[in-house]
Write a protein that binds this ligand. Structure first.
Ligand SMILES: [Cu+2]
Length: 279
């Protein structure tokens, strides 16, 4: 015991953009931190889509609070439908240069044995994606799944390849049917994680004309040629979904909902880069 406390105040650089789309406002905050990590904080607010109904309150005769209703009463005579918001972030990584590889990390418990006498051991297995089609993945809570973009030719002082790790936050899977018009046009919502070879013309996850397309544009088109991802200039696409079951507390103007993800340096540095922060 040193009987002493050591603390430093954190300082963050936040770059923000706000998009007002229909009845919602989306604030996208890119947060750069002194420990070398970055965070994307997406803030959702605005006014929920609503419809007038004859019901004034929820009771035995009111379907709006029952399990099989697709909306919730948020005020007298006002129902807000259940809905989801989907975002896609195009992350053009260059970790220590443009030639990178993309990996997935999955953790699992070790079997009982001489290597695991107290039954508390677990391992993390890292696998590298060879091609674009292999790199369509979704979250896996039991595996504590994360993804990384690493430089296969540059190492830190411990001999580890420099990398940045994408750590998902809260996310969702789509409820809209696979053969629905929305889902055909927005196939980027089929997976949380995608990786493609860099191409300056490949900018939008749902393609250039998402509203009037027949579907299939964007990511499915970008990876149709199934290019190699090993030691290449790669782009990661992260899909973030929010399942919104409306509450009365969100009417008439919503408090802000925060969702996002993190990018953590993984052996990019040799030690905690914030150790030199002055008192
Ligand atoms: Cu919403």
């Amino acid at each position: 015991m040193t009987e002493k406390n050591e603390t430093r105040r954190a300082r963050e650089l936040v770059l923000s953009a706000v998009a007002t789309i229909g009845n919602y406002d989306y604030a996208i905050n890119y947060i750069f931190k002194q420990d070398g990590s970055m965070e994307v904080d997406l803030a959702l607010t605005g006014i929920m889509l609503a419809k007038g109904v004859k019901e004034k309150r929820a009771d035995e005769n009111n379907s709006m609070m029952k399990m099989d209703s697709s909306g919730h009463l948020v005020a007298e005579h006002v129902v807000a439908p259940h809905h989801q918001h989907f975002f896609n972030f195009r992350l053009d990584f260059d970790v220590d240069g443009t030639n990178n590889s993309v990996t997935e990390m999955n953790s699992s418990a070790m079997a009982a044995g001489v290597d695991n006498p107290y039954l508390n051991g677990f391992v993390m297995r890292e696998t590298m994606f060879k091609t674009e089609r292999e790199a369509q993945r979704s979250m896996d809570l039991p595996a504590a799944r994360v993804w990384s973009v690493m430089n296969p030719s540059i190492k830190n002082s411990l001999g580890q390849n420099t990398s940045f790790i994408l750590v998902p936050g809260a996310n969702s899977l789509p409820y809209v049917a696979p053969d629905s018009p929305v889902r055909k046009r927005a196939q980027f919502i089929n997976s949380h994680f995608w990786a493609t070879r860099y191409n300056g013309d490949e900018i939008y996850a749902a393609g250039v004309y998402p509203n009037q397309s027949k579907g299939g544009g964007g990511l499915p088109q970008y990876l149709a040629n199934n290019e190699s991802l090993e030691n290449q200039d790669v782009v990661v696409w992260y899909t973030l979904g929010v399942t919104h079951i409306p509450r009365p507390e969100e009417w008439s103007v919503m408090p802000t909902t925060h969702v996002g993800f993190k990018l953590l340096p993984g052996a990019f540095f040799n030690r905690n880069p914030a150790l030199d922060v002055p008192r």
